[in-house]
Design a protein around this ligand. Structure first.
Ligand SMILES: [Zn+2]
Length: 273
């Protein structure tokens, strides 16, 4: 049976779940919640695939998170992880490339700021090329870098408009930026903060086209109310769905149905499984 909800971005391979990973996954699945485990480097991507192989309705993405770029790579040389990720990317349960993107809030003291920015951009572009090559959507992380990220996506869009696709996870930009992502064919997803936000995120949720939004937990981080401050897990994605239903003035069932349809369209059924 098809899940009633999809947590499209979680990290159950992280050590926070070492003691009860199976229980956490089963708690979600037995309540009709499917999930996408998002890889953040080569090892984590491999573990995400292992989990996806074990359970129905559990999928994986493979990628190199901007926080994981500390491999002594100097742009523009090719990152050694990319060819390894490419081998994983072809796995039938891999539904996207990422977590990749730009994070200018992240301070890596090993390099100066400009070197970090150049490195992040170079590795992000390599992952966009990988996504185009294997024909899978991007799972993008972006903090304080929307202008540069939009510029990079626009360049690729002008060359590959119909094939470039993906989602901005834990969306943190403005409404104007959200519109620019929609124009490039991208969707955005919302996590726990929507349950305790009183302004900016609520406003974006209320204005965003319903076929462009999805729901995620980003477990183990950012648990929604009433679990704020605790370890997050996919089961709690229901709280985020409830809040989005309230903002959108739709029923909980309607939000489940629509966001699941979007997740299936953008990630799960988008690749040849
Ligand atoms: Zn993440």
């Amino acid at each position: 049976m098809q899940p009633k909800l999809f947590d499209i971005h979680c990290h159950l391979d992280f050590s926070e779940f070492d003691k009860d990973r199976e229980e956490v996954i089963k708690r979600a699945l037995s309540n009709g919640i499917g999930m996408v485990n998002v890889g953040t480097d080569y090892e984590s991507s491999k573990k995400a695939i292992e989990l996806a192989e074990k359970y129905e309705h559990v999928y994986a993405t493979v990628g190199l998170h901007p926080h994981s770029i500390h491999l002594g790579v100097k742009p523009p040389s090719e990152c050694p992880s990319i060819p390894k990720l490419k081998a994983l990317a072809k796995h039938p349960k891999v539904v996207g490339i990422g977590e990749c993107g730009l994070d200018y809030k992240f301070q890596d003291t090993r390099n100066n700021n400009q070197t970090n920015i150049n490195l992040q951009k170079s590795i992000f572009k390599q992952q966009i090329e990988l996504a185009l090559e294997v024909n899978k959507p991007l799972m993008i992380h972006c903090r304080d870098a929307h202008e540069d990220l939009l510029a990079i996506l626009s360049t690729y869009y002008s060359l590959h408009s119909t094939r470039l696709q993906g989602n901005l996870h834990f969306f943190s930009g403005t409404w104007e930026e959200a519109q620019k992502y929609f124009d490039l064919g991208f969707s955005i997803s919302f996590a726990g903060p929507v349950t305790y936000d009183v302004g900016r995120i609520t406003d974006i949720v209320s204005r965003a086209p319903i076929n462009k939004i999805m729901i995620e937990t980003d477990s183990p981080f950012a648990a929604p109310a009433p679990f704020r401050g605790q370890r997050n897990e996919p089961f709690y994605v229901q709280e985020i769905a409830k809040k989005i239903a309230q903002i959108k003035n739709l029923t909980y069932e309607e939000i489940c149905k629509i966001t699941t349809k979007n997740a299936l369209k953008i990630f799960i059924n988008n690749v040849n499984i």
